[in-house]
Design a protein around this ligand. Structure first.
Ligand SMILES: O=C(O)c1cc(=O)[nH]c(=O)n1[C@@H]1O[C@H](COP(=O)(O)O)[C@@H](O)[C@H]1O
Length: 249
């Protein structure tokens, strides 16, 4: 592989990694963004958005970063629609809702996100639905949530519900990615958290896979937090993950 081809592969794998800004303040978030200039896609989740408000989104846009606004909305249709309409004015790339809100809520969310984006003169965010949190195991699904389906079947049904409701994709564990990719097709985005290099701690992730295996299974994007952000050298950790991905890209 030539030097130019190698750097193109490195850039394209780096663009598949979304790093969550799971910190309490905007100052800490910006410090992380500035420490890792090679990261182009950042996630703003509940801790940061609730703690510091929407100004972090403006700060990321000023730095020409892509944004995954992970609000995991789950409410009645009217309330979800209102929140999606409001979120669309921030010009974010991805926005999460929970598939278990049901078809009416998902359809209303999609329509409201599109209407909000038109009103703001911006492209609509891609709505993606959480199928089953990656912190839950098969045992927890059965014993705590009392769901009488096998976990892979449940995740697939939630993804199909999202797809049939007009959403752009789903959030799933990499362990379900292959089946969801086969059934939902290439155009349906699969955003996979629960990604752990062999050298990182699993923490609270119950259905993890390595970055390379997740990509091979069909993930469109990998959400990788603590293996990078909690590493003693985050830049080195990010580069190491990109190198592992380049082998399978
Ligand atoms: O929607 C998400 O991003 C999400 C869904 C899910 O099922 N599991 C999950 O871990 N996440 C998020 O992905 C990130 C994973 O971070 P790490 O476990 O540190 O890699 C966190 O910000 C979670 O909020």
């Amino acid at each position: 592989m030539s030097v130019t081809e190698k750097s193109a592969t490195e850039k394209s794998v780096a663009e598949k990694i979304i790093v969550p800004l799971d910190v309490p303040t905007e100052a800490e978030a910006i410090a992380l963004v500035e420490r890792l200039p090679q990261v182009s896609f950042w996630k703003v989740g509940l801790e940061l958005f609730v703690g510091s408000g929407p100004s972090i989104l403006t700060a990321l846009k000023e730095r020409e970063k892509r944004i995954f606004l992970d609000l995991k909305l789950h409410d009645i249709p009217n309330t979800m629609a209102g929140a999606c309409r409001a979120a669309a004015k921030y010009g974010v790339d991805l926005l999460t809702v929970h598939a278990t809100a049901g078809r009416t809520a998902l359809e209303a969310s999609q329509a409201a996100a599109e209407a909000g984006a038109i009103a703001a003169g911006l492209p609509a965010p891609k709505l993606i639905a959480v199928t089953l949190l990656t912190s839950l195991s098969s045992r927890m699904l059965a014993l705590e949530l009392k769901v009488p389906l096998e976990l892979p079947e449940y995740a697939l049904q939630m993804a199909l519900l999202a797809q049939e409701s007009g959403l752009a994709g789903a959030v799933c564990s990499p362990q379900e990615a292959e089946q969801l990719h086969q059934t939902c097709g290439d155009d349906f985005l699969l955003v996979c958290p629960g990604v752990r290099p062999t050298w990182a701690e699993a923490g609270d992730q119950k259905r993890a896979m390595t970055p390379a295996a997740a990509l091979q299974a069909g993930a469109s994007y990998l959400v990788i937090g603590r293996p990078i952000t909690a590493a003693s050298d985050p830049e080195a950790a990010f580069t190491r993950i990109c190198d592992e991905l380049a082998v399978v890209a």
